[in-house]
Design a protein around this ligand. Structure first.
Ligand code: SIN
Length: 287
């Protein structure tokens, strides 16, 4: 019998207990966790002070690990494990320039973007530094049928850094830049497991909407982004050391916060899981 307990959050995500992620999971446990993941999209595991290799093993319950894009922020002995460390962050007017400080979905310019990302908290400041998530499936569901129909067939070009990006991205080496893809992604995607439609947005990387002039395209992106980032779609994760959080990049957007004392240390391991090419949502008409 399964020992897993699942406490569903009010708005989005679920907290899983009754599992020790230092140990390999059975096939039944893996299947159960994957079902919960595709339904709740953000899973939180508390009190899991994992080593990098245990963290990799735990994340692999949900898929295959993929390369980290920014090689200077990986653990020397574990190149698939990245690290988000305050010690690597530049400052501007005393404020830390935190990576991921506006809602986004990871590497949306990849032809097959990561299906999931996971963080493990190693060191956490005494206040602040939460990660926020919004449910882009519910945000789509709440649009009127007229709005859904109007955007359903649209596509957007996703590039390394949009000409109207609200944030600057980490500077890449010429070798890294040469490998960066750009691609057209559907504005409404269909989840490969749950089948649910979701808005696919990333204002840092979207370069307008195919077939619209730049101002119209960016205005539509902005309107959908304002809609999808409302508090009613949000789960805000307050980190504790030993938390492992995994999220589905096809069902949620996430953002980091730089609201903590820049002299305090914040350090998390990060892995990403290989995804497939995104599929547009196709509404099946009922008669
Ligand atoms: C990220 O966008 O992956 C960073 C999230 C965080 O550090 O809170």
């Amino acid at each position: 019998m399964s020992t897993i307990q699942c406490k569903i959050n009010e708005i989005l995500g679920a907290e899983i207990s009754g599992i020790d992620l230092t140990r390999p999971a059975s096939d039944a446990t893996r299947a159960e966790l994957n079902t919960l993941f595709s339904k709740h999209a953000v899973l939180v595991f508390r009190d899991q002070p994992l080593t990098p290799s245990q963290f990799m093993q735990a994340a692999e319950i949900f898929g295959s690990l993929m390369d980290q894009q920014i090689k200077k922020f990986v653990l020397p002995d574990y190149p698939l494990v990245g690290c988000n460390s305050t010690k690597d962050l530049p400052r501007k007017n005393g404020k830390l320039q935190v990576r991921g400080e506006n809602y986004h979905t990871d590497h949306s310019n990849d032809i097959a973007p990561p299906k999931a990302t996971s963080l493990l908290a190693v060191d956490i400041p005494s206040y602040g530094g939460d990660t926020q998530f919004v449910d882009v499936r519910r945000a789509y569901d709440d649009l009127s049928v007229r709005q859904q129909t109007a955007i359903q067939h649209l596509r957007s070009k996703h590039v390394h850094e949009s000409s109207r990006s609200p944030r600057s991205f980490a500077k890449l080496s010429p070798e890294e830049m040469a490998k960066i893809p750009h691609t057209q992604q559907p504005l409404v995607i269909q989840h490969p497991i749950s089948g649910r439609p979701a808005l696919y947005l990333n204002t840092g990387r979207m370069e307008g909407i195919e077939g619209m002039n730049a101002d119209e395209g960016f205005a539509l992106i902005d309107q959908l982004y304002q809609h999808a980032t409302q508090a009613k779609y949000e789960y805000r994760h307050q980190w504790r050391v030993g938390d492992m959080v995994i999220w589905d990049n096809r069902s949620v957007m996430h953002q980091a916060n730089a609201d903590y004392d820049p002299e305090e240390f914040r350090y998390l391991y990060r892995v990403m899981l290989q995804g497939d090419k995104l599929q547009p949502f196709v509404r099946i008409r009922t008669i």
